[in-house]
Design a protein. Structure first.
Length: 204
């Protein structure tokens, strides 16, 4: 038989199959790594965007906070309430146009608690807003963000950070408010922290 008419030997076929398999596995590994990296970057981006939106909202309201010494409801408060829920409550002129929109001073409260409508073990950040400083008004409450692992609020007064505010009766607003949020991003707890100056309106 002419040598040119001979086919591939079994060994040659096995070698070719082995090389092809190695190449395919390598290519698959590269694409899998790139895909996982893309998902991780997108997840982290969503988490950072969520934190930025929350801090933008809270910061705007703190910088527009309002205290009337004659109206107890306008006092800034925060820390841990009687039910063990972290919260921040304040009166502000930076309300949202929800429920038809309002103007003037509104009462806002942020709190971290379990969502009765969610099966997740992680609590959610809720925001409630009383349309106006008027009796009989019902607050509008909505879930602002899911997957928040922790919320901590601290208050600056005379160079000292306090975990509760007000520390005693008669105090007006603090000098600054520090908010720390721990978001779960890609199964990892990532803390975000920012401090906001409280306007000096001379109400003590």
């Amino acid at each position: 038989m002419n040598k040119s008419e001979q086919g591939f030997t079994l060994v040659e076929i096995l070698v070719a199959v082995s090389i092809s398999s190695i190449l395919l596995v390598t290519i698959y590994g590269v694409f899998t790594t790139m895909s996982n990296a893309k998902i991780r970057v997108e997840t982290e981006g969503e988490g950072y965007h969520q934190a930025r939106v929350i801090f933008d909202r809270i910061g705007r309201e703190i910088r527009s906070s309002y205290v009337d010494p004659k109206v107890q409801e306008t006092r800034m408060q925060g820390g841990i309430d009687d039910q063990g829920i972290p919260y921040l409550a304040l009166a502000t002129t930076a309300g949202t146009p929800r429920q038809g929109g309002t103007s003037g001073v509104v009462l806002v409260r942020y709190e971290l608690r379990q969502d009765a409508d969610e099966a997740s073990e992680k609590p959610s950040l809720f925001r409630s807003e009383t349309p106006e400083l008027a009796e009989g008004e019902s607050p509008t409450t909505y879930r602002m963000a899911r997957g928040i692992e922790a919320l901590r609020v601290r208050f600056l007064h005379d160079g000292e950070w306090r975990d509760e505010w007000p520390p005693e009766t008669g105090f007006g607003p603090p000098q600054a408010v520090e908010v720390t949020l721990s978001l779960v991003i890609d199964e990892t707890s990532v803390p975000f922290r920012s401090a906001f100056e409280v306007p000096d309106i001379g109400a003590n």
